[in-house]
Ligand binder design. Structure first.
Ligand SMILES: NC(=O)c1ccc[n+]([C@@H]2O[C@H](COP(=O)([O-])OP(=O)(O)OC[C@H]3O[C@@H](n4cnc5c(N)ncnc54)[C@H](O)[C@@H]3O)[C@@H](O)[C@H]2O)c1
Ligand SMILES: [Zn+2]
Length: 355
């Protein structure tokens, strides 16, 4: 992993060192327009542009990438460079891992979510049969070049959504890491050009700390046998809120639901007297309210939310299963929580978020 805002130099350096027979670029129509023109290191190389968005993370798009690779004459001695958010690194990573039984690839994430989550860890996939990430392989990229420079064209909702996964990593890391993020003004990155440039650069070390935390966990449990489940913090309640919002016709970005889920799961941790500091909980909830507002949920929605949590793919034997936090920020994966605990936590979360 390389963390740098000199992406051209990093890419040229890596390609020069690896000396592949050729380099093939995968981008989507947004990153082809907004990011590729900024990457001289990839100019005039064979490339494929795929349609943007998760609806296109399909076998049909994967097939179109394989076809483009075949037309370009890609072999196992080539290098594939994926330039995009999680959709591009997931699909391009799978195309590289499967074409000719595997061509090395480099990920250049261009969204905050992609940088902090999707581009590292080696999970690749496409959606299939109506299910997300149903078909895929574990395949580590040869390199990931992480920069914050491309975030200046991201919509604010995308920035905030990715930032929620950084907040999750910080909570799993330490109170100091959490404090540093709570003080950072993610909402201002694309506010004014000069101010924004400072914030873009300031984000890089925070992002590095965040990604390294994920990397440490993934290295200890690459195929998700146990420890990697701590990365599910905030997601048991978060996924339920996300599905409920979608079903009620008011979809919310994934990270917004995760941020609310983090508050709820911190509340459960606190109620259980795991030692989670109440000052940290209140500071965290206040920042979440500023950045993400509150979920549209009333007590009448609790049975639906609980049912969604019981059926979460990470729950075991129908029990609601969460990662909880002890002090200071020590994660405990696989904790069973009762319906009553979740309902009480939802009440308190709604209070904290000002519903
Ligand atoms: N492999 C993993 O471990 C993992 C982890 C989390 C998420 N994911 C996957 O990642 C995907 C979500 O990631 P995402 O939010 O990055 O999605 P995305 O790649 O669809 O990007 C979101 C939108 O932003 C646009 N975009 C990308 N870079 C931009 C830039 N610099 N400026 C302006 N617009 C830009 C994209 O074209 C797209 O329209 C999902 O498919 C999810 O399943 C994978
Ligand atoms: Zn997530």
């Amino acid at each position: 992993m390389v963390f740098t805002n000199e992406v051209n130099a990093a890419l040229s350096g890596f390609i020069g060192e690896m000396a592949p027979s050729g380099t093939f670029v995968v981008a989507d129509n947004n990153t082809a327009r907004l990011v590729l023109p900024r990457l001289d290191a990839l100019r005039a190389l064979p490339a494929v542009t795929i349609p943007a968005g998760d609806d296109h993370k399909t076998l049909a798009t994967l097939e179109s990438v394989w076809q483009a690779m075949q037309r370009a004459g890609v072999t196992r001695r080539w290098l594939v460079v994926n330039v995009g958010g999680g959709m591009v690194t997931d699909l391009g990573g799978m195309a590289a891992a499967t074409f000719k039984r595997g061509v090395p690839c480099v990920n250049v994430p261009t969204t905050l979510l992609g940088a902090v989550d999707a581009a590292v860890g080696g999970k690749t996939a496409v959606n299939f049969g109506g299910l997300k990430n149903e078909v895929g392989v574990f395949a580590m990229p040869a390199e990931v070049i992480i920069s914050t420079r491309f975030f200046d064209t991201l919509p604010t909702t995308e920035l905030r959504s990715g930032f929620a996964e950084m907040l999750k990593h910080a909570l799993l890391d330490s109170p100091a890491a959490t404090d540093a993020l709570l003080d950072y003004s993610i909402e201002d990155i694309n506010a004014t050009p000069s101010f924004g440039r400072g914030l873009v650069d300031d984000l890089l070390p925070l992002l590095e700390q965040s990604v390294r935390l994920k990397q440490r966990i993934v290295e200890q449990d690459p195929t998700e046998q146990g420890l990697r489940r701590v990365l599910n913090l905030g997601h048991t309640v978060g996924h339920a809120l996300e599905s409920h919002a979608l079903a009620s016709g008011h979809p919310v970005p994934h990270g917004y639901a995760v941020a609310w889920g983090l508050v709820a799961e911190l509340v459960i941790s606190h109620i259980r007297q795991n030692g989670l500091d109440s000052a940290l909980l209140h500071r965290f909830a206040t920042r979440v309210r500023q950045l993400y507002g509150a979920p549209r949920v009333t007590c009448d929605d609790y049975p639906t939310l609980l049912s969604l949590m019981h059926h979460d793919k990470k729950s075991e034997a129908g029990e609601i299963n969460c990662t909880l936090l002890g002090a200071p920020c020590s994660p405990m994966p696989g904790c069973h929580v009762s319906d009553d605990e979740v309902s009480a936590a939802l009440d308190i979360t709604r209070d904290l978020l000002g519903v």
